[in-house]
Design a protein around this ligand. Sequence first.
Ligand SMILES: NC(=O)c1ccc[n+]([C@@H]2O[C@H](COP(=O)([O-])OP(=O)(O)OC[C@H]3O[C@@H](n4cnc5c(N)ncnc54)[C@H](O)[C@@H]3O)[C@@H](O)[C@H]2O)c1
Length: 256
Amino acid sequence: MGRLQDKVIIITGALGGQGQIAVARFLDEGAYVVASDRAAAADGEVAARLAQAPERLVYRGGDICSEDLAGELVAVAVERFGRLDVLYTNHGLMLGKPFLDTSLDEFDALIATNLRAPFALSLHAARAMAANGGGVIIHNSSVGGIVGFPTMAAYGASKGGLAQLARSMATDLAPHNIRVNAICPGVVDTPMPRRYVGEVSEAERAAAFGAMADMHLLKRLARPEEIVNVVVFLASDEASFMTGAVIPVDGGLTAI
Ligand SMILES: NC(=O)c1ccc[n+]([C@@H]2O[C@H](COP(=O)([O-])OP(=O)(O)OC[C@H]3O[C@@H](n4cnc5c(N)ncnc54)[C@H](O)[C@@H]3O)[C@@H](O)[C@H]2O)c1
């Protein structure tokens, strides 16, 4: 028996660095998974798992900002697997740009992706969960939603909003037996920080990653598995008394 045995889980951002690990781990813990990301077809570990266990995993591609896709993911969970137990809004868009150079279009894109889309998806998911006795929603926020960083005003605002959305949703959804929490990772070793550093020399890349590592008390980046461990815990009944929490998973970054 896995820790998520036969739970039905939606995960967004499923083809990203953390998402690939999360899909594999949820399946290993016994879950049925509806995975989604922007690409039309799955790749990497998600594609391999689709080939191995098509009866437990479904992939749907598209822009998560589309409300049609949000509704479709919940409908697929219910139609294919009978219900929805867990929503993990893991997708995210990052922009590293000085505040003075950030356009309103860029700000709107971050809010649409990191805040409006999780809100819309949660609406569809929570309605299905409420009709079926309850469930769990987990939002992937960021330390950027807790403290300020240079060049992260738009990203931080979207992720701070997402953390606050978790607290607020928790208060409305507790009577429906739906727990809602947010995790706030420190820097995780995925394509996201690599894109942030950009095309630079090897020495500049090493210096940038060294500086990012130094922000954490543990003096390194997180491995995606270390974030997913917390998500599995929150999704499981082991976290039955946790709701409305905004949880740093950050190697001590926000402790200093
Ligand atoms: N990597 C980090 O350092 C870090 C730190 C804190 C929080 N986070 C958060 O963790 C989550 C996972 O990120 P990751 O580290 O795996 O990065 P990643 O860039 O590898 O994955 C993000 C995924 O989100 C998907 N996505 C973005 N916009 C989308 C859209 N409009 N429609 C559909 N899919 C979309 C991307 O295609 C990508 O696969 C994100 O929410 C991110 O903000 C990451």
